[in-house]
Write a protein that binds this ligand. Sequence first.
Ligand code: SAH
Length: 330
Amino acid sequence: MAKELEEYLRRYIATHGALDVGQFMSIALAHPEHGYYMTRDPFGAGGDFTTAPEISQMFGEMIGAWVIDIWAQMGKPERLTLVECGPGRGTLMNDILRVYKDVPLDVHLIEISPALKFIQQKTLKAHWHDNIETVPTDAPVIVIGNEFLDALPFRQFVKTKDGWAERVITEDLSFGLRPIAFVKDAPEGSIFEIAPHRIEFIKTVEDLMKRCGMGAALFIDYGHAQSGLGDTFQALHKHNTVDVLSHIGEADLTSHVDFSVFGHPVTTQGEFLRSLGIEARAQMLLKNANERQSADIASALHRLTSSDEMGTLFKVMGFAHGKNIHPAGF
Ligand code: SAH
């Protein structure tokens, strides 16, 4: 039960004042004892949501191909630091490593959840970090993250009849408004979101690549390539969308990632996976598949790439630091 978390939040807001959406999200997801990510394995049929690596091994194999292409472009360095942010169950990393056993990858995982770190430790040999600042800089680096940015805190602003106001969470755990000066033409009722933490985080990745001398990064998430108005604050509980304030600590909280703010190339997940050859990979897997496996492969391919599933909503952003390194797929 998340009753303890609700009590904690009420007391916290009573002493510190209303929380912005980002502060609320940090506590609901990452409170050391009762936070959503601290206490559970949220993935799969028994959990709250499913991610691309959990749908099919083909996803990880394509990202693996992307990583190896960057490694080759870097001149096949003797050592390479591979960082994954928010590895979940470790499925994506396992799929990458299974295909490329002989590449000298030194794996570093950024994970705040003790429960998920425990699951990752069962299948992966790696170094774990609470944040990306402590990753070593003595070798070229590649940083990846699937559905990581959406979990970082963001803030919302609402256009009221008196002007823009920030959306906050008040002591009775409902939404309130804090007036702010904010100029942008919009109809009353409009909501605007910003995510300074995400911008700071990507800056940290750029900085890490510079300190490593060479590097590349790939982030995949749901979101948009252009900023716009709209409420994308979302809670998922047992694969259903629920009211964001109704299952505090028991539901995953995210928002769509506004990729336009980072200034790096962005494409859709469908385009990206197709350009890396997912269709050919599916054909190969189909050769040795029985009837049931064939149906699974076809349905996974459709789910990952088609526009009515993840293919268009999910975006991929890639960038690099170093001479002549061009991330594949953009
Ligand atoms: N990449 C995985 C999991 C996505 S869910 C997949 O695609 O299946 C988000 C992951 O990020 C979880 O592992 C969660 O514990 C982790 N996470 C969330 N916020 C974090 C933060 N601030 N720092 C480090 N890890 C975080």
